[in-house]
Design a protein around this ligand. Structure first.
Ligand code: FAD
Length: 305
């Protein structure tokens, strides 16, 4: 994208100057620590600005991508031609009324889980160690230890491509394993209301502690990654298949099948998106050939490779 003066002027009228970053390395915004430059990276701090910017981008056919916390993404080495939008400010707020919790989609999922626990509300213990935003968790129907977002969501407030507000209930969200209707639609999730259940604070915190201990024990949290690289194939565990195929520790450049948990590809130094892509293809090919199971990526590819 060449310098787009009209877009920049439009943005400057809606978000503070310091929230508009040009040629921003996406490696600074992804848990993999991988990704080339985005033409523009914009932190949008109000709902009104978000609605205006979405409408504008769609009207002028400016490509945009709504980033959560970048914990499920592989951004290409050549970066992103267009605008990356990251919600913040007004959309980070969390409020609780009885057993209903409403939070903006920029809130971090662990912060939302902790706010619920502090009020003695159960239902989000599984989410305490998932490092994304609430928005990303809704899009992906994030889940762990038998819990998933689908179990607690009542309503999701989204903006459509024209920046118009719509409210989607749980059924309309079409939640399924690591997916929801938002994965294929040009909707931006803005705010989520969840129904939780009152429970003893001590027990809620004990469950959260138990899950985070299990994560620390089993997952390679010491290296950058995007969590599970592949979805769980019906009747199998991706990590076990990869281990059984003898691929533990397999490397392409600095991308490696984790020695600790084969379901994770980790960046052990200066891995590129190309390294990770090549390693993913190699793993898929060998697991298919040796065990007859097709692994489907969970990690989402974004931008130019
Ligand atoms: C160490 C580690 C452990 C993990 N463990 C788990 C786990 O146990 N369970 C699990 O399910 N996942 C896990 N993940 C993966 C990841 O954290 C989740 O998928 C998370 O929900 C992604 O949220 P995010 O904000 O980072 O989204 P991103 O990665 O930034 O984006 C993911 C998708 O959501 C879209 N998106 C984000 N916000 C919005 C919005 N407001 N509106 C519209 N679209 C939006 C993006 O466009 C993109 O398509 C793990 C990741 C890591 C690094």
């Amino acid at each position: 994208m060449r310098e787009n003066t009209a877009l920049l002027e439009f943005l400057r009228e809606r978000v503070p100057e310091e929230n508009i970053l040009k040629r921003e390395p996406m490696s600074l915004h992804t848990s993999f620590r991988i990704g080339g430059e985005a033409d523009l990276f914009v932190r949008v701090d109000t709902k009104k600005a978000l609605s205006d910017i979405l409408r504008y981008c769609n009207r002028v056919e400016m490509p945009y991508f709504v980033l959560g916390r970048g914990t499920n993404l592989l951004v290409g080495d050549k970066g992103y031609r267009g605008v990356i939008l990251q919600l913040c400010g007004e959309m980070e707020q969390i409020r609780i009324d009885g057993d209903m919790l409403t939070a903006g989609c920029a809130a971090s999922l662990p912060a939302v889980a902790k706010a619920a626990a502090d009020q003695g509300l159960s239902g989000l213990e599984f989410a305490a160690g998932i490092p994304g935003s609430l928005g990303g968790a809704i899009v992906m129907n994030a889940g762990a230890y038998g819990g998933e977002m689908k179990q607690v969501v009542k309503n999701v407030c989204v903006y459509d491509a024209d920046g118009e507000e719509m409210n989607l209930d749980n059924d309309t969200m079409e939640f399924s394993y690591r997916s929801s209707i938002l994965k294929d639609r040009p909707f931006t999730a803005v705010e989520v209301t969840m129904k939780l259940s009152p429970d003893s604070k001590d027990e809620i915190f004990a469950r959260m502690d138990e899950y985070s201990r299990a994560r620390r024990e089993k997952q390679p949290l010491e290296y950058p990654s995007a969590g599970s690289t592949f979805k769980r194939p019906e009747g199998h565990f991706a990590g076990k298949l990869i281990m059984d195929a003898g691929l533990r520790g397999l490397r392409v450049g600095d991308a490696q099948v984790s020695e600790k948990h084969c379901g994770f590809i980790v960046n052990i130094g200066q891995a590129t998106a190309e390294d990770v892509s090549e390693l993913m293809e190699e793993v898929q090919m060998r697991v298919k050939k040796q065990l007859g199971v097709r692994l489907e990526p969970e990690v989402i590819r974004v931008g130019e490779f």
